[in-house]
Design a protein around this ligand. Structure first.
Ligand code: RVP
Length: 499
């Protein structure tokens, strides 16, 4: 006979947090949202943590390099979508790793033989005005000079003028050697009133550039997430088909963490993919897996060696898997069940595997609920798709600005690998829709507001950290009548609030 779960599966809106004692120290400014991303042994520190518990979904409409930089600045991680060619995905990862924050591999390089026309063309393509002039025109060639906007006047100069005639030559450039720290580099920049500082190796070859504007930006973003070279942290989605080619390209590009992107992760394909990573890279390459919704799925992926495990089937805003296939489970129940399995696994083995609640976050307080139920972080698609930084078009529909948002299982994305069960290389039926979401402005403003609500609720629960919230939270189911009472009721609203 089939197995029946004793209780119905439930979603976030069916729960509320009951406040606990808040001491005088329990103020939002004292709350830390730091959270582990990869598994670690009891008593040890995880090798990758985030400063906020948010990651952006592995979706065409959500996570490209621009989103990744914006989210890393706030302390979270984007998983760059995998439903594109290996070359394009690796190029996006490279762009994030080269972007800002301290030591940057120069992305604008020419030789002295190039012309002003080439400089202008490069500036147009990269948006960067400082060009390193090296002997071979690469980012690691011997540095011969620098061209910045002040070195030329477009209106007065022939576009065929050679770079060698107007660059600032190396003899006149202030540079630093390879052992310089970021702090020292910034001091040199300030003392010499520079906009950029090249960092050279012993042979005079270019290693990095340090830009003045990056230092300013760092001061504005105290939670931003860096690797050991002060580059932004970035993730990438992979599939269980072309991983032998895709993963090496992503690793070469500098990706910090991978995630197998699949609508259903309790499968031999995922175990094979993780085993391949371990055989080739040992523990140096970190890889999350999923999605699962119960203890069995969690145990399977834990034993397969996943670094984190993602939860959720059918709860995504654009997802119609439950309708189409009749599989899935309420997101809150899935998180509660998997968190129990994670804690049990930790007791047994001393290994803590972070879990991620993926999809179905409708209101900001759902994030706090997911964390209280045991999630270490949450993955959001619809939420991030509404921001300036998402890759999609902003369109005006009947006077209201919207952004486009489509599922990976929609005909538009054609991400058949995400729904692959080893059959044909095509999407046989849709599991997602194409939609609009209300445009909401910048990521920074929205994430700031969302997290201030999370911190505030955590204080109501007497928790100053996510582990404290997970340990001490009191949750209650609510009746459907109480849910109605949870919003404004029995009054006539003066304006239509868009919550
Ligand atoms: P949401 O944040 O509710 O928009 O959900 C995003 C999640 O939905 C993704 O992280 C992914 O797990 C899932 N998804 C993506 N595409 C589709 C689909 O087409 N069905 N579902």
């Amino acid at each position: 006979m089939a197995f029946y779960f004793d209780t119905p599966s439930r979603t976030f809106s069916e729960y509320l947090l009951v406040p606990g004692y808040s001491s005088a120290d329990c103020i939002p400014a004292n709350v830390s949202l730091k959270t582990p991303v990869v598994k670690f042994k009891k008593g040890e520190e995880p090798t990758l943590t985030m400063n906020i518990p948010l990651v952006s979904a592995v979706m065409q409409a959500v996570s490209d390099d621009r989103m990744a930089v914006a989210l890393a600045k706030e302390g979270g991680i984007s998983f760059i979508y995998g439903s594109q060619t290996i070359e394009n995905q690796a190029a996006m990862v490279t762009r994030v790793k080269m972007h800002k924050a301290g030591f940057v591999v120069s992305d604008s390089n020419l030789t002295p033989e190039n012309t002003l026309y080439d400089i202008l063309d490069l500036k147009e393509r990269t948006g960067h005005s400082t060009v390193a002039i090296t002997d071979d025109g690469t980012s690691t060639g011997k540095l011969l000079g620098i061209v910045a906007s002040r070195d030329y006047r477009v209106s007065r100069m022939d576009k065929n003028t050679k770079v060698s005639e107007f660059m600032t030559p190396i003899e006149k450039i202030v540079y630093a050697n390879k052992n310089v720290t970021l702090k020292e580099a910034n001091n040199i920049i300030w003392d010499n009133k520079l906009n950029s500082l090249p960092v050279l190796d012993d042979e005079g070859k270019l290693m990095y550039m340090v830009f003045r504007k990056d230092y300013d930006s760092h001061k504005e973003n105290p939670l931003e997430l860096h690797d050991s070279l002060k580059r932004y942290v970035v993730g990438a989605g992979i599939n269980t088909r072309d991983y032998e080619e895709r993963i090496p390209a992503l690793v070469d590009a500098g990706v910090d963490i991978l995630c197998i992107d699949s609508s259903e992760g309790y499968s031999e394909w995922q175990a094979r993919t993780i085993a391949w990573v371990r055989e080739k890279y040992g523990d140096t390459v970190k890889i999350g897996a999923g999605n699962v919704v119960d203890r069995d799925g969690f145990r399977f992926l834990a034993e397969a060696g996943a670094d984190f495990i993602k939860i959720g089937i059918g709860g995504g805003s654009i997802c119609i898997t439950r309708e189409q296939k009749g599989i899935g489970r309420g997101q809150a129940t899935s998180v509660i069940d998997v968190a129990k399995a994670r804690d049990e696994y930790f007791e047994e083995t001393g290994i803590y595997i972070p879990i991620c609640s993926d999809g179905g976050i409708v209101y900001d307080h759902h994030i706090t609920l997911a964390l209280a139920m045991g999630a270490d972080f949450v993955m959001l698609g619809r939420y991030f798709s509404r921001f300036d930084e998402s890759p999609t078009n902003k369109v005006n529909i009947n006077g209201v600005y919207m952004k486009e948002y489509w599922g990976e299982g929609s005909a538009r994305a054609r991400n058949w690998q995400r729904y692959d069960l080893g059959g044909d290389k095509k999407l046989s039926f849709e599991e997602g829709v194409d939609s609009y979401v209300p445009y909401a402005g910048s990521l920074k403003d929205n994430v700031g507001m969302t997290l201030s609500k999370v911190r505030s609720t955590m204080c109501n629960c007497g928790a100053l950290s996510i582990p404290e919230l997970q340990k001490n939270a009191k949750l209650t189911l609510v009746s459907s009548t109480s849910i109605v009472e949870g919003g404004a009721h029995d009054v006539m609203l003066k304006d239509n609030r868009n919550l």
